[in-house]
Design a protein around this ligand. Sequence first.
Ligand code: CAA
Length: 284
Amino acid sequence: MELKKIGVVGCGLMGGGIAQVAAEAGYQVVVREINQELLAKGMNVIRGNLARNVEKGRMTQQAMDDTLARLKGTTELADFKDRDMVIEAIFEDIEEKKKLFATLDGICRPDAILASNTSSLTVVEMAAATKRASKVVGIHFFSPVPVMKLVEIVKTIVTSDDTLETAVNFGKTVGKTVVTAKDLPGFIVNRLLIPFLIDAARVYGEGLATREDIDAAIALGLNHPMGPLTLMDFVGIDITVHAADALYREYGDPRYAAPPILRRMLLAGHVGRKTGKGFYEYTK
Ligand code: CAA
């Protein structure tokens, strides 16, 4: 299937990034937020990212203007009725996602693809909320979306070959390297990343070393762009615990069990960069 018109549900960190890279790649994009304030905030981030690209000589002013002309914001899901594919990037709550998929199923053309950017929920559960399960697929981007070069395409046991191929082509067209995974919790990246991250929290909780030394050891000893505690603050302790819980629920393997320190940080609201405090403190 040839895609031209894309819808993105959510204009936060992930949705905004997806809308940006899709519009940059030439797709006509409609991005939806729940209110004008959040929409304006998300669109401003996209404008800022594009302006920085122009400033740095990575993009012409004309290309920026053309990208913005292809990008429309809305607060109405009904504006997805003519889309070829809609990608949801709302928060990681399966009940909310199922509700959204059922609503989109009623709004979108019968041949439209519905995709989820979930990092740890089960895609087939969302597919089952629709009458087009074969047209539901996972398209998982990484944060920050404009910078990270990977997209994981997730094939459920009912995703059609055509849907899979269309999603793979979409990932390539937006300039990413595409990997394909089964609809198993964590897919490839989070299946391997989450045990590493929660282990870092565990050893920090045990007092193995300071937060700075744990991060420096991994960043410099393994050439990672960020140490694991910094990365958890960046991704969010909430997202990390949520992904760990999803893996633990499915596999019952203790290596996926989030350590008490992470749950206590969550209870205290120390969620990471977005709340100004996680393993480290952040000021604007
Ligand atoms: N949006 C757009 N561009 C961004 C950005 C953002 N949020 N954050 C950084 N950038 C750009 C910057 O503009 C900068 O480009 P220029 O200076 O050339 O304009 C470039 O990225 C590098 O940024 P910085 O110089 O500020 O800092 P850095 O070199 O430390 O890079 C980083 C920042 C790209 C975030 C880097 O630290 C990194 O790659 N960190 C690891 C990120 C990672 O692992 N992400 C995956 C998380 S897991 C996930 O997302 C999946 C999940 O399901 C949980």
